[in-house]
Design a protein around this ligand. Structure first.
Ligand SMILES: Nc1ncnc2c1ncn2[C@@H]1O[C@H](COP(=O)(O)OP(=O)(O)OP(=O)(O)O)[C@@H](O)[C@H]1O
Ligand SMILES: [Mg+2]
Length: 537
């Protein structure tokens, strides 16, 4: 067989936005039948380059060829005609509609009547062929993030895409779901499709990509065969320097509390709550988090972690049980009240709960603080103080934005996350509820956030850290609680935590490692003296 022409060739792509060159003569060549990873730091221009290919942005210059033919892609509709489909970093599904309705959305409607059963059948066939379970009749709002993503993928396949772009698809998936997605993608390339996926997880690149392109500041800096490279090389290409993969927690040891237990910041007692579908999501959950402590919550997504964070922050009602903040009962209080009591919340979905897309960076940064005496007087916002405050955060948190007046939705995914972190940490909450705080961040920024959390802990904050990344949990937590089907399976001090045991608990096996008299550490912080002793030895 003669050498095949690549499925996609992008040459010298330039795309500018006011104040930024997002793509600066970027090149990308992807073959049919290959999984191609696109890597780069937050703001490197990955999403922009893919949005150009998907017809969302017109490039200022550069050329695109699809299967060897020059392609001018001026709209998503034209991209579809070229066989290009994209799953975006932030999903674009219509929540009140069913899966099937979403899949056909935007397709030319037949003149008379939609044959929904036939469409549903088509969806079922695709889902079997690629090993992705979805129910065509379910409503999108009822679906987990992982399920919504499958709908997005099926939507592309239904349109006959043979060049599939996935923008950070695994950022929102559990390890198991990520593996399933990997299998789905492999099936696609076996059929001769081309897959481009963006990720920050180097392990994933190594395990499922055939080739890798690395972008740095809008330019293509490397094009590598995965089998001939290493994680360390990839990180160096991305960042332009050597990267440390682990934060050194020994710098952040607990201060001496003179044998007394530290103050209890948050306690939940026999908490129960329902999920969106009206099923029990939390079952008798009890634990406490103290000052100078990070309590990690491990578990496969969908086992109640999200509901737990929502109940604590006042976004979801508890059906039973109590939430105590500094020993004050705040069960079912409004989020405003909880914020006023000093709770910070880094929510799971930064775009809908965390930030207001159409407001400026500056307004988003002061969203929680605008009533502070420093920033407003007699109900008027003090513009200059606000400007200073937000510039300081932009600087300190290294948020890449042309200015504080930029509409926040123009920022790259990782920079949105940094803005959210800046606001939540700077607003001085001494209890931080952090849900997947490093999701979507590049290796450098991840390291930086973990360091920030340890720093806050050092200053006396209590942190509840919900994460699916066991390495992250073990790197920063003092104790790790494991959730399974809405229950806490056990809480272990990190020094005694073994990945295998935590894995077993995540799969539903309870392991007794905790003090039987006080299994949830509610009354006393059982491990504090132990940690202290060990750390100084
Ligand atoms: N619509 C837009 N308007 C203005 N600036 C934009 C727009 N889209 C992207 N940018 C800017 O272009 C640069 C590249 O952004 P892009 O979203 O492509 O980065 P990325 O590599 O996908 O980063 P991340 O890993 O954080 O998602 C960033 O500085 C971003 O702020
Ligand atoms: Mg992006």
């Amino acid at each position: 067989m003669p050498q095949d022409t690549p499925a996609v060739e992008m040459h010298g792509i330039v795309k500018q936005f006011p104040g930024v060159v997002a793509n600066d003569h970027a090149d990308l060549v992807v073959n049919a039948g290959e999984i191609h990873a696109l890597l780069g730091e937050n703001g490197a221009g990955k999403s922009t380059l893919m949005n150009v290919l998907a017809g969302l942005y017109l490039p200022d210059s550069g050329q695109i060829r699809v299967h060897g033919r020059v392609a001018k892609i001026r709209s998503p509709g034209e991209a579809t005609r070229w066989g290009i489909g994209m799953v975006h970093q932030h999903f674009m599904l219509v929540e009140p509609q069913t899966v099937a309705e979403n899949v056909i959305l935007g397709l030319d409607r037949p003149r008379f009547r939609l044959d929904m059963p036939r469409i549903a059948d088509g969806i079922r066939q695709l889902s079997t062929r690629y090993g992705m379970t979805v129910d065509p009749t379910a409503y999108v709002w009822q679906l987990s993030v992982g399920e919504q993503q499958r709908v997005e993928i099926i939507k592309m396949l239904y349109r006959g895409a043979d060049i599939l772009i996935l923008d950070e698809p695994t950022a929102v998936l559990t390890p198991q779901e990520a593996e399933d997605l990997g299998n789905t993608l492999r099936q696609m390339v076996r059929e001769g499709k081309a897959v481009i996926f963006i990720t920050h997880k180097l392990d994933e690149v190594m395990s499922f990509a055939d080739r890798v392109t690395v972008l740095r500041r809008g330019k293509t800096v490397a094009n590598l065969v995965t089998a001939e490279t290493t994680k360390v090389d990839l990180a160096r290409e991305m960042v332009g320097r050597e990267v440390v993969f682990h934060v050194d927690r020994s710098e952040y040891e607990r201060p001496d509390t003179n044998g007394k237990s530290a103050h209890r910041m948050l306690a939940v007692e026999k908490l129960n709550a329902l999920s969106d579908k009206g099923l029990p999501a939390l079952r008798d959950v009890s634990f406490a988090v103290h000052q100078h402590e990070i309590l990690g919550v491990a578990g496969v997504a969908g086992n109640g972690q999200r509901e737990l964070a929502e109940v604590i922050t006042g976004l979801r009602p508890a059906s039973n049980g109590r939430v105590l903040l500094r020993d004050q009962d705040v069960t079912n209080r409004s989020p405003r009240r909880v914020i006023d009591l000093g709770m910070s919340h880094i929510p799971e979905d930064r775009m809908s709960t965390g930030l207001i897309a159409n407001m400026t960076v500056c307004d988003n940064l002061i969203l929680k603080d605008y009533r502070r005496p420093l920033l407003s007087r007699l109900g008027f916002i003090l513009q200059r103080a606000v400007a200073r405050f937000s510039d300081r955060l932009i600087d300190e948190y290294e948020i890449a934005t042309p200015s504080r007046e930029t509409v926040i939705k123009a920022l790259s995914g990782g920079n949105l996350q940094k803005a959210l972190l800046a606001r939540e940490i700077a607003c001085g909450g001494d209890l931080i509820i952090a849900v997947h705080p490093t999701r979507g961040l590049d290796v450098g920024a991840t390291e930086w956030v973990q360091r920030k959390l340890l720093e806050q802990r050092q200053k006396g904050a209590a942190v509840l850290l919900i994460s699916e990344d066991l390495d992250e949990l073990l790197a920063v937590s003092d104790r790790v609680a494991v959730m399974y089907e809405g229950r806490i399976m056990g809480i272990v001090p990190y020094r005694q935590a073994h990945v295998e045991e935590i894995g077993l608990m995540m799969a539903g096996t309870a392991i007794e490692k905790t003090d039987p008299k006080d299994p949830h550490g509610i009354f006393e912080q059982t491990d504090l003296s132990g940690c202290q002793g060990e750390s100084t030895s």
